[in-house]
Design a protein. Structure first.
Length: 537
């Protein structure tokens, strides 16, 4: 038998990787490509000591596809970078007792070495890291563009708060009432937060789903996330003249509204609470603060609530109905107040049954028992609208109430504005300055980037304020408008903001005077192929 040389994979791989590097095999000419193919991969978090098998699993499939397209004659651009800001990296640094500013460069070096050994056809000329001031300068620039367009704003809002990580959590980061990262029970807090006004684009986002080549399941996920609802805003008035606006998708059932419910965070709660109910209502509000927003959305649980001791007039019947506060009503959806129709809504029915509130049937559906939620029934106990189908009845009832200024047709969305504030250290500072004389002052573009300082005391506390506020040399600054004393915004932006636009930066990494070069962007965008998970759509 002939002697077959032993197979040394390390030597063989090193040989061919060296050959690829010499020939610039993985470096397409981005300006002269005739058949551009942008093969994007989800860039990894360097928040641990090395890559994991899940990274390799995803990268392998994407890289194989990129090689296949190159064999077909395409100019394949396959960049790689590092999503290096965020709480994952900061928590790991806290765990091992070091600073993320020192840890992350070491981790990136390890990740880069592993990715090079992996042998993917990565174009390392366009490597980026979200922690590089040359990158997050443009993240801050994007914030300013949105701010000047009225699409970035600050408001006080109820948010999910992790008492262990000491920061705000998005709803998607709460699993069964607990922080997805550390498993701690999530609380609710009211904090001043920065938001992006993405709800302004809800209709366009929905319409454009029909124009993109995504799977049916992904499109359905997106449609449900945006959650378009057609209905009407109805006006319920109290004896004192306070008007409570209620959004409903079922105006046909207004004759069956036997009580109102407003969210515990609703600004009218104090005003509408009778003296004898104040202690009970305050206690209930404190109880609700220990619950996260996600678990409050779960319908299949024991209902809780407190009667405010006041009443409002049903605009259809003229009847005075009681006003309650309950945690199953959320301030972030609709108006933060609902008309409760227990005969035709499962949650309202459970609540009314538990608290012995009246239940009035106004829709008849043959063969169904209460609560009947079908819109295929016929109206009953609805005055002049008896006998109409639900859809026709809804249209006529809204018209009838609108003539008396008690109803307005409305479209609502489940989608809510994106909270980008994080009360931590390891992230891009939000480029805003506060001045007692000038108010809120955006940092001038010429002063970008607002660099994150290297500080030793970066452990978060329970105040809801970023550790950056304790770094006085950085925190206090001259106002760029009047030259007086100013204070920097201490919240940093969410790591998802960094990763929301990295695909736009990859082709233009060598341009320091613009985030994305128009010619390059036109040549290479939109991304041809992306492998990274349904949730990244």
């Amino acid at each position: 038998m002939r002697n077959i040389p032993s197979y040394d994979p390390a030597a063989l791989e090193a040989k061919w990787q060296g050959r690829w590097a010499e020939r610039h095999t993985n470096e397409p000419d981005l300006d002269r490509a005739t058949r551009p193919f942008y093969n994007l991969m989800m860039f990894p978090y360097p928040s641990a000591e090395g890559l994991h098998v899940g990274n390799m699993f995803a990268f392998t499939g994407a890289d194989i596809y990129g090689r296949f397209k190159r064999l077909q004659g395409y100019d394949v651009f396959e960049p790689m970078g590092f999503d290096a800001f965020g709480i994952h990296s900061e928590n790991y640094a806290l765990t091992i007792g070091t600073n993320p500013a020192k840890l992350i460069p070491q981790n990136i070096a390890t990740f880069r070495r592993q990715l090079r050994r992996f042998g993917g056809m990565f174009d390392w000329r366009h490597e980026l890291s979200t922690t590089d001031p040359a990158y997050y300068k443009w993240t801050q620039w994007l914030f300013l563009k949105l701010y000047h367009a009225g699409l970035a704003y600050k408001k006080r809002a109820a948010v999910n708060w992790c008492p262990k990580d000491k920061t705000v959590l998005a709803n998607e980061q709460v699993i069964d009432g607990r922080c997805e990262r550390c498993g701690t029970a999530v609380e609710q807090r009211s904090l001043e937060q920065w938001f992006f006004r993405i709800t302004d684009f809800a209709e366009r986002l929905l319409a454009n789903l029909d124009q993109i080549d995504w799977s049916t399941s992904t499109k359905l996920l997106q449609r449900n996330w945006i959650g378009r609802s057609e209905g009407a805003e109805l006006l319920f008035e109290t004896p004192s003249g306070r008007k409570i606006n209620v959004f409903t998708t079922r105006p046909d059932t207004v004759f069956g509204a036997t009580y109102l419910v407003i969210a515990p965070e609703h600004p009218f709660v104090d005003e509408l609470t009778a003296v004898e109910q104040r202690s009970a209502v305050k206690a209930y509000q404190r109880e609700v603060q220990s619950k996260d927003i996600v678990s409050r959305r779960v319908g299949d649980r024991t209902k809780s609530g407190v009667f405010l001791g006041s009443y409002a007039r049903n605009p259809a019947t003229g009847e005075a109905i009681p006003i309650w506060t309950a945690d199953y009503v959320l301030m972030e959806y609709g108006t933060g107040a609902i008309m409760a129709v227990p005969a035709h809504d499962k949650r309202d029915f459970e609540f009314a049954t538990q608290f012995k509130l009246p239940i009035r049937q106004v829709v008849q559906v043959p063969g169904e028992t209460l609560p009947t939620v079908s819109e295929d029934g016929v109206l009953m106990n609805s005055g002049p609208f008896d006998g109409l189908g639900c859809r026709e009845g809804a249209r006529r009832i809204v018209t009838w109430l609108a003539e008396r200024a008690l109803a307005t047709p409305r479209v609502q969305y489940r989608l809510h504005d994106w909270c980008i504030s994080r009360q931590r250290y390891w992230g891009p500072p939000i480029p805003i300055i506060y001045c007692d004389k000038c108010g809120v002052v955006p940092v001038p573009e010429k002063d970008l980037p607002v660099e994150l300082p290297l500080i030793d005391d970066f452990r978060p506390d329970d105040t809801g304020v970023s550790p950056l506020a304790r770094h006085e040399e950085w925190y206090f600054v001259k106002c760029p408008q009047c030259g007086g004393k100013g204070r920097r915004e201490t919240d940093v932006s969410d790591t998802f903001l960094d990763s929301a636009w990295y695909h736009l930066r990859y082709p233009s990494t060598e341009f320091n005077d613009r985030p994305f070069d128009p010619a390059r962007t036109k040549q290479w965008l939109p991304v041809t192929s992306y492998i990274g998970g349904n949730e990244h759509a």
